[in-house]
Design a binder for this molecule. Structure first.
Ligand code: NAD
Length: 463
């Protein structure tokens, strides 16, 4: 049966709905038991996962471990430890009109969740939301990215070894499979990928009024006012930018540096690139590759006619693209208008706050926002003035690794956030429930209502 075919998808949905309705995902003990099983298998398959990431993106082992495998294992441990507490009904205080009552919030799973994931961190961006969906008591259908086929394969193998097919199903395939899945009604959709496809997902979900979380892209600025140690600033920017060959949704997309410090920063950035990847990044084991030819061609086009300060070498056959710095691209250039999502880092400069505002207001709602400054006033002004998914002061990217922080975008960079408790919450309907005895009723509540509101106001003031 074709996995984009109507009968195939409807059969998967039917099986999942039956499994869910039979309360087979209800038991917290059972969820914990399966997540523990998953954790054990992941530990066992760690090397194969890292091999797959190498084959798909030539990810250095250190990056694969820290930014993919470890993050998933940490998420699993956190959820396993806390599900029981998070899933338990929460007692809250009652209201005057319902007195006396017992008021609760019940954590109810949505049902059958569809997860669609991208290729850049193909393991963790599929697995972390998946773990949240299962921990919350849903069934899950996961479509990993076709552009990272080795990782998609190992994800399917692992999940199918742990979960029964009517609880978890991995459906592999390209855009046509994604489009086919969106034709049918799901109880929740979690999508990670481009803003363009995010709109398609949102439209499809709206057809059924299905709730969604959209984790999208955007242009994340890195503002440098020159008041921080320049070498360390450069090192932290280079690390966040060229991790995974620049294919990180929260990588600094461009730098905005105070004019007087631009030359020093560029010098330091070049030194840090060479320190990290040697004189020829092509020979470095610590530098990844682009995902595919299409992305290579896009980035090559982005660079056309630009003023290259450093780098610019590339090789289509091996998908190598050198860490590249570009000087002041025009505001209507491809590098500024589109998300770069690769190892090209434009350096723009500003003199006044108005200059800064011109750029930051044009490229609004970024997924991440980075500020390098030692001035509290400058930092606070920027944080207050601009809206962004998440931010870091004096570093880049690291907010992603803290499971106590919600991760997500705003506006065109997405909506809804996850990680840790936030993952559990997004896949859970908070169902309020009020239980009342019969021994007391506020008589004024019933018609015919009192003609004067005096007594009610007196009571409200007392309580
Ligand atoms: P993409 O949107 O092309 O694809 C992502 C997934 O969507 C894939 O599984 C793909 O098969 C599927 N898909 C593509 N077109 C579809 C359609 N019409 N209908 C249904 N499914 C479809 O994104 P990508 O190229 O894989 O990822 C790059 C983008 O993702 C960048 O913009 C990046 O910033 C963003 N991203 C965001 C986050 C985040 O957490 N916010 C994380 C990683 C990547």
């Amino acid at each position: 049966m074709k996995n984009s075919g109507r009968s195939f998808i409807l059969k998967v949905q039917k099986d999942h709905r039956i499994f869910f309705k039979q309360h087979k995902t209800d038991g917290v003990k059972k969820r914990i038991q399966y997540l523990k099983k998953l954790k054990k298998l992941l530990d066992k398959k760690e090397a194969s996962i890292m091999d797959a990431l190498f084959l798909d993106l030539r990810k250095p082992a250190f990056e694969s471990y820290t930014s993919e495998v470890l993050m998933v294992q940490k998420e699993l441990s956190l959820l396993i430890k806390n599900i029981k507490d998070w899933a338990a009904p929460k007692r809250v205080s009652g209201s005057l009109l319902s007195f006396p009552s017992q008021d609760f919030i019940i954590s109810e799973p949505y049902g059958t969740v569809l997860l669609i994931s991208p290729w850049n961190y193909p393991f963790q961006l599929a697995m972390i939301p998946f773990i949240g969906a299962i921990a919350a008591g849903n069934t899950a259908v996961l479509k990993p990215s076709e552009s990272a086929p080795h990782t998609a394969q190992i994800i399917e193998k692992i999940l199918m070894e742990v979960f029964p097919e009517n609880w978890v199903k991995v459906i592999q395939g390209d855009v046509t499979v994604g489009e086919a899945l969106l034709k049918y009604q799901w109880d929740y959709i979690f999508y990670t990928g481009s803003t363009h496809v995010g709109r398609i997902v949102a439209k499809a979900a709206a057809e059924f009024l299905t709730p969604t979380t959209l984790e999208l892209g955007g242009k994340s600025p890195c503002v440098v006012d020159g008041t921080t140690p320049i070498q360390k600033t450069a090192r932290r920017i280079i690390w966040g930018k060229f991790l995974n060959c620049g294919q990180t949704c929260i990588a600094p997309d461009y730098i905005l540096v105070k004019k007087d410090h631009k030359d020093d920063l560029i010098k330091a950035l070049i030194q840090e690139i060479e320190k990290a990847f040697g004189p020829d990044a092509k020979k470095s084991d610590d530098y990844g590759r682009l995902i595919h030819n299409k992305h290579f061609d896009k980035l090559k086009k982005d660079l056309h006619n630009e003023n290259i300060l450093f780098g610019g070498n590339m090789d289509r056959e091996s998908l190598y693209f050198e860490p590249t710095l570009v000087n002041e691209p025009a505001m209507d250039s491809r590098l500024i208008e589109d998300e770069i999502f690769g190892p090209i880092l434009p350096v723009l400069s500003y003199q006044t706050e108005e200059d800064l505002d011109l750029v930051l207001s044009k490229l609004k709602n970024p997924l991440a926002f980075y500020i390098f400054s030692s001035s509290k006033k400058f930092i606070n002004n920027l944080i207050k003035k601009y809206s962004f998914g998440g931010g870091v002061v004096n570093d880049t990217v690291i907010h992603f690794s803290n499971t106590n922080l919600p991760f997500g975008g705003i506006g065109t960079s997405g909506n809804g956030s996850y990680h840790g408790k936030y993952s559990f919450d997004i896949f859970t309907h908070a169902k309020p429930l009020v239980k009342r005895p019969f021994w007391f009723d506020l008589p004024q509540r019933y018609a015919p209502y009192p003609k004067s509101l005096k007594f009610l106001k007196f009571l409200l003031k007392k309580l």
